[in-house]
Write a protein that binds this ligand. Structure first.
Ligand code: SF4
Length: 281
């Protein structure tokens, strides 16, 4: 991919991941996308945001990658689903951008979080970016659904400070209905993280009528507890901030009428995780 076609990284800085962004790479040929994925020298980013306090420890720079293999009914970023929704950015430019923040990130006990979309859709680029952060002494977090966990070697995982793992729901049929794919690869990845003793934070999106069945939550909690490496569980109440994106993309939004969970329901769910011996917020 010619360097001249790459959009400067400062054009991808976004105030919030809720900015609708599509077709940033629409002019990039499919063969160039494939070449970028194969080398990892170029990645596709929806945006960079700075100052996040909810995407890992401390204050974070978040690189939001584009491309996801799942189609979660509650996804609030459907504009990250296609790789070509993102903007092509070279690994050098992404690293240079990160370097600007490295001192501040260290002083705020923060770091770099790579999120998405699903970062492991472009694992070579993502692993290079995380490695560059490590060389700068910046704490690294990978926020993933774990489905492509086999793309990450044990050695790669040893170099990543924290994995934020999204567990969607326990029952396989319900999981398939919710995201369109199986949850067994995610569970396999979670077990590997446990075997390797890598720190994990679980993210669990609570959606009324879909992921709030107490028995199902209890199975997720028991599983997470057996891993022995889960430092905390974040129960994230479903919200409707993504609805306008679905509408503007012309997608039928299955949760159009779904309300956020009540505070009591969130607390009940946290309590189920706590009963399994986990710290839940
Ligand atoms: S895994 Fe994340 S980015 Fe992918 S569809 Fe689900 S919520 Fe959206």
């Amino acid at each position: 991919m010619p360097e001249g076609r790459v959009i400067p990284v400062d054009q991808i800085e976004a105030a919030s991941p809720y900015e609708l962004r599509v077709d940033g790479a629409r002019d990039v040929a499919e063969s160039d996308v494939r070449a970028a994925l194969a080398s990892g020298d170029m990645g596709f980013l929806h945006s960079f945001t700075t100052g996040s306090a909810v995407d890992g420890p401390g204050i974070r720079v978040v690189a939001w990658t584009s491309g996801c293999m799942w189609r979660c009914q509650y996804c609030h970023n459907p504009d990250t689903w296609k790789m070509t929704n993102g903007i092509p950015v070279s690994i050098e430019r992404a690293s240079t951008e990160l370097r600007k923040y490295r001192r501040g990130l260290k002083s705020m006990s923060g770091g770099l979080t790579v999120s998405g979309g699903e970062p492991l859709m472009q694992h070579r680029f993502v692993l290079k970016l995380l490695a560059a952060a490590r060389v700068m002494g910046v704490h690294t977090t990978l926020d993933t659904n774990g489905y492509y966990g086999t793309r990450v070697t044990d050695a790669d995982l040893q170099g990543i400070d924290l994995v934020m793992l999204d567990l969607k729901t326990w029952d396989p049929a319900r999981h398939f209905q919710l995201v369109g794919m199986d949850n067994a690869p995610t569970h396999e990845f979670a077990r590997r993280l446990g075997q390797l003793q890598r720190p994990v934070w679980i993210r669990y999106v609570l959606v009324p009528g879909l992921t709030d069945d107490p028995e199902d939550v209890a199975k997720t909690a028991e599983f997470a507890a057996t891993l022995g490496v889960v430092e905390r569980v974040d129960v994230l109440p479903f919200h409707q901030m993504g609805r306008s994106k679905w509408q503007r993309l012309g997608l039928a939004y299955p949760l159009d009428q779904t309300k956020p969970p009540t505070a009591e329901s969130v607390e009940r769910t946290c309590e189920i995780f706590r009963r399994a011996g986990l710290t839940a917020h």
